[in-house]
Design a binder for this molecule. Structure first.
Ligand code: ZN
Length: 264
């Protein structure tokens, strides 16, 4: 059966969201791409504790159920916006992890500037907050401007959302957002996080690009005769090299990303 491994992984991630206390009641949702226009998803109105292969559903790119007996969750549109905009994305995970959600509901900007070097490599210079919008079309429109340049966001008065090449990467990004939110919150007791100096950004973003992470690296990869791997799991992994002819282009893209980060 096509996608059996993916379905099993989606079940495991869903149950993990509950085990870690990142969801309550029927909160949270997980999807993964089975084919260009077909996705496996958690059903609505089901605790993530009770997700198993039998209650998963499959939907098309318009959100119509094409497999399974359950109904799609209300936030499915947010997932589909990401898949439509980013063909490199294979999975989306949403939950209400307490520390990240605490920042999202308080309007905190603690994750808007970098304070841990490795997180810049994994997630980019900041985790932005999508402004509050009512569920449905308004929420999708609010998210859209953040999709191309980011891999994880907080959603104001709501929770956190992360996406990646596969379920593992999307899950790890959500985990890192929650970890950063927890560290930033704890650091408040001793004066708040000291942010990284601006001069640290260039080498960190270069490492991010070399690891095949982030929008700049993806755009460089698209133009490269020897494609950069799009989903290196961590900055410590074997990193692919950038073709010499593309170094100037990558440097320009990194500069763009730094300028954007400093402006924001
Ligand atoms: Zn939610």
């Amino acid at each position: 059966m096509i996608g059996r491994g993916l379905r099993a992984e989606l079940v495991a991630v869903s149950q993990e969201l509950h085990r870690r206390g990142w969801v309550a009641n029927h909160d949270g949702n997980v999807t993964a791409r089975l084919a260009a226009d077909r996705f496996v998803a958690t059903p609505t109105a089901t605790s993530k504790r009770r997700i198993d292969d039998r209650n998963l559903i499959e939907v098309d790119g318009a959100g119509k159920v094409v497999g399974g007996t359950g109904k799609p969750f209300g936030e499915l549109g947010l997932h589909l916006v990401i898949y439509q905009r980013r063909d490199d994305v294979g999975a989306v995970v949403h939950a209400h992890p307490p520390y990240a959600t605490a920042l999202a509901v308080s309007g905190s900007r603690l994750l808007e500037r970098p304070f841990i070097a490795e997180a810049v490599v994994s997630l980019g210079p900041r985790v932005p907050t999508v402004p509050f919008a009512l569920p449905g079309a308004a929420a999708r429109e609010a998210l859209l401007p953040f999709v191309a340049e980011h891999d994880a966001v907080l959603i104001a008065n709501h929770g956190a959302l992360a996406w990646g090449a596969d379920l593992e990467q999307a899950y790890l990004r959500l985990e890192l957002v929650e970890h950063l939110a927890r560290i930033a919150t704890l650091a408040q007791a001793t004066g708040g996080p000291a942010y990284l100096p601006d001069s640290a950004l260039a080498p960190l973003l270069e490492a991010r690009s070399k690891a095949g992470l982030g929008k700049a690296a993806e755009r460089a990869a698209a133009a490269s005769p020897r494609p950069v791997v799009a989903c290196a799991p961590a900055p410590h992994s074997d990193v692919p090299t950038i073709a010499p002819g593309n170094r100037a282009r990558v440097a320009a893209l990194i500069r763009e990303e730094i300028v954007r980060a400093l402006k924001e």
